[in-house]
Design a protein around this ligand. Sequence first.
Ligand code: CP
Ligand code: NVA
Length: 309
Amino acid sequence: MKHFLCLADLSPQEIWHLLDLAIELKEEWKRQGSNRPLLKGKVLGMIFQKPSLRTRVSFDMAMLHLGGHALYLSPQEIQLGVRESIPDVARVLSRYVDAIMARVFAHSDLVTLAQYSRVPVINGLSDYSHPCQGLADFLTIIEKKGRDLKGKKLAFVGDGNNVATSLLFGATKLGMDFAIATPPGYELPAQVWELGQKFAAESGSRILATHDPVEAVREADVLYTDVWTSMGQEAEAEARAKVFPPYQVNAALVAKAKPDVIVMHCLPAHRGQEITDDVADGPHSVLWDQAENRMHAQKAILVELMVGT
Ligand code: CP
Ligand code: NVA
């Protein structure tokens, strides 16, 4: 593994390896309140074009716990591609730091960064995918539902966005069933779905895309939603707010899934829009364990990329 840009680039074995390493590092940290200093003296440069709570803090703490350091570079500082070309940013920054994490608008900018960087590049969210979120979410799913994902179903209800893309790739790589319900016009991009179909054929996942949320959540073990308007799409917020309400994850929709369904959301949540308070704070919700797992999953990515295992 040279970079961590998209779950589609990883084999199922590589994903399982990262999950196992995340479990090991999480257990170690829970047991002794610290990790071995596996990344002593290493520095992660973190480029942000967009705001963040979880990604920023969980990477920072992951580096700290592993004996390294994280450097936060705000949108104003780097001005990726504006103040300086992306290849030049990659050439210079990768002479200083041991790995780069970047949260960008255009996924192609991340690919350019990786192309010109001497050090590993990690996708901290792009318009295309959010693989750190996806890896952490499968860590949460196996903790809550066990490692045997065959025949288990993940239902995503909402926008066919970056998070849905990473969940499709993760599920179909790991052999889990996947259903997505979106409003017409907000489906996953065709080439994403085609990749999902290919991975599903290899792993035995069953996948479904529909416009009917009830059809998607039927027999679901995991019910997942995300914001209706992602960062960078703010101009569409009003139009989206008109078409998405039938896709709200509320108590009535949860009742259509399995009785022991877990409800997930990558956060930040717009309570009262894509998810209601009673569901976000209710007995099916695993939102806070899910958010914590970002840190554990990213420790595995960082260790794998910077020192190998
Ligand atoms: N889920 C997630 O990536 O959260 P942030 O945008 O706060 O980093
Ligand atoms: N789909 C959302 C996820 C935020 C973590 C966005 O891209 O804004």
